[in-house]
Structure formats: structure tokens, C-alpha cells
Design a protein. Sequence first.
Lengths: 257, 183
Amino acid sequence: MVEAFAVASGKGGTGKTTSTLALGMALAETHDVTVVDADTGMANLLFHAGLDDVGVTLHDLLVEGRGAAVEDAVYERFGMRVVPCGTSLADFRAADPGRLRDVVATLAADADVLLFDSPAALDSKSAVLPLVLADRSIVVLQPTVPSLSDGLKAQEYARSYGTETAGVLFNKVRADERVDDVVGRAERYFGGETLAVVPDSDEARAARRAGEPLLAHAPASAAAAAFREAAATLDVRDGDEVAVAERFRSAVVPDEV
Amino acid sequence: MSDVELVRSHVVDDPATVLARALDDELTGHALVEPQDAFLLGDDAVVRVVFDEGVPIRVAATNGDRAGPAAVETLVGPGPFAVELYRRPAGVDRSDAAASVPPDLPARRVDDDGLAARTRAAAPDEHRTADDPVASFLDDAEVVESIRDAAREEAVADARQWGLTDHLATDPDGSDDPPTGGQ
């Protein structure tokens, strides 16, 4: 079984990478989870997961001629398999996003859950591929007009490609924000479940500085508890890994980034 | 419904009549509004409008189909409307947050600007969504729909530009058959 989720937001700064790793760690208690930094132009998952000094990243799998095997870019960390992406602009330019298909098809064989940390801006072929190809999306929102409008856009964009919303996650919610009213109203428009309302937290910032996922750095924090609630609420479906792999392998190859 | 008292049951041509009466009576309770065409068609499109001291704060179809601004649209259709008005002595029922509406939205949608202004003036601060840009944004179904329309158009345009049309959920050229190759 495998289900591929694109963790999307439509807007930067919502805590998408923190959310991806937190959901991944929480889901890893019951599933085989692989997290992929699919934001190949603005990669930052490696900093959140303490992987900024590793030798091989997703970029090495996407640049022709590097000779790296998929397994070389997979790191067992925090109970998950993590595929970080490098931050070199030259590598990003040299990367062939079409190669992502085979990488993901290979990863799908060993996972129950694939989580793609997806680019915020839908401004290039490589940026939209995770949303196009995932089974479903998880939309990370903040209770602000810009975040909600960009989240609506990302959701609808994904739906155009048949990628329904598995759930939404309200993140970095400040105590003074009237989130109950916003959640109720947002449920009119967003698909799936409201997975959780995650409070804004100093622990999440500290975790980022420490290079650890929130659930490893501050497992007793209120934010960590909310992410565990989100993972418990998410209904992971038993997808056919052969079909998922085939879908990625058969995807149209963009000509350029 | 032992916690409510029937105040009035009648048929009106214009749902503004119901809204005005609830406002004038400072009714705390709800109205059940059934369009005649729903009755004739055997539809069960009864809409429940919850009032807090005469101010509408929640609107939802009783069959669960629609809530919030979408449910208000039922009041816009052709009348007459069968209306039952109930008082709730125990106080207002705020349980259904998804059915929240700006207090003046029902009056605005039935095209009674005077009633809309009176409703705004009577609305307690907690329901004055104009001060809350996030709630106001989410209450504006037209703005939301325009964002979604634009995203769909962008997805189709991008698909054509980047060779991803096989992955679109619907054929951009109008066929109902989903293309193969996408998910």
C-alpha cells in the first residue's frame, strides 16, 4: 500500500516544511513513511532534519551523469526515510525534473505514505509536478486572508489535475486569532478534514534552529500534540504501489525546469 | 423541539418580511423557510435561519446540503415561502459555526438595503464581521469563487504550456470523458 500526499500551501512562510516533517514523524508510528523535499528550487527540509552536511541529495538524482542511486539519497532519520534536496542553484538549473518520476516510483515501492514537501509558488513545471501527480494534497494554512486565498488557489489547481484535498492544517495560529470562526467558514470551501489547529510556537522555531523536526525536539509541546492529532485524523488510503509507481513513471516529462 | 416555541406560521411572498419581523421583535430563535418551488418539486430545501436578538447569524439547509452564504441563496429564489418562526427562550444556538453569515447578508441578498442597514446597526459587535477581514473574506462567496475560477484557468493554461493536459481531471476542450494517463 502507498498513498502519495503533496503538502502544499500556495504561499511561503506557513510552516509547510515543519508540518511535513511533523506529520511524517507522527505517521511513522503506524506507517512506513518517506518524506521528499520536492521544493527543488527553494529546498530547506535538509536544514530542518539535520541533513545539511550529507553528500547525496535529490539533486544528485535529478542531474544527469551524477551516477547516484536512489538509495544513496535516502536517509533513515527520526523513524522515517528522508530524501533531502540540495540548495545549489547550479544543480537546480541542471536538474531534469522528469527524473523525479523514476525516483518517486522507486520510493513508492518501500512506503505506506509518501509526503512531498511541495513548492509554494506554482510557477514552473517542476513546481507543479508534486501537486499534479500526488494522490491527494494536504493544504497548510494560516488564518489570514493571503494564506487562505493562496491555499484556495493551490487546492483548486490540484483539483484540476484530479488531486483532491485530504485535509487542511491550520498552522502557526496565534492565541489572539479567532480561529474557530475561520475554521468553520473555511470548511465550506476546503475539502477533506480540518486535521488540526497548530498553535504558533517558539518550540517550532527552536527545532528549526536545532536542525530537528518539532516532534523530536519538543515532543511534549502543544504544537507537537496538534500535529499528532492531525496525523491521527488523516485517513491514509491503501493505494496500490504498482499503480502509483506506474503513474509517476508514465508522467509527461517536462522539457525544462 | 421542546426548547423552542412556535411564534408564527404563515406564507410570505418576500422573505424580507420574515427578516424584518424577527428584527423588529428582537427574536432569539430561528425561522424555517421553505420555498414553494421546493414544496412543489418534492425537494426538501428547507432553510433554517438562526436569529440572535433579531439578527441573523446562521443560515443552513436542514438537510445538510448547504450552509452559510450558499444557503442564503435559497432565500433569493421565487416565492412564496412557507415560514415558521420559533422563539428559543434558552438563548441563541451558536453551535453550527460553518453556517455563519454576515448579519446583513440575507437582507442584502433579498435586495432590501434599508433592512440590511438596520440589521447592521442592530448586530452585536461579535457578529460585525466587517471588522474581521478573514471572516469577511470567507463570507464573500463571489470572491472565493473568482479565486477558484482563476486557479482552474491557470491550471489548464499551464497544462497546455507544459504538456500536462493528459493529467487534467477534465478535458479542457469540453469532453466529459476524463483523459487517460492522469490520475
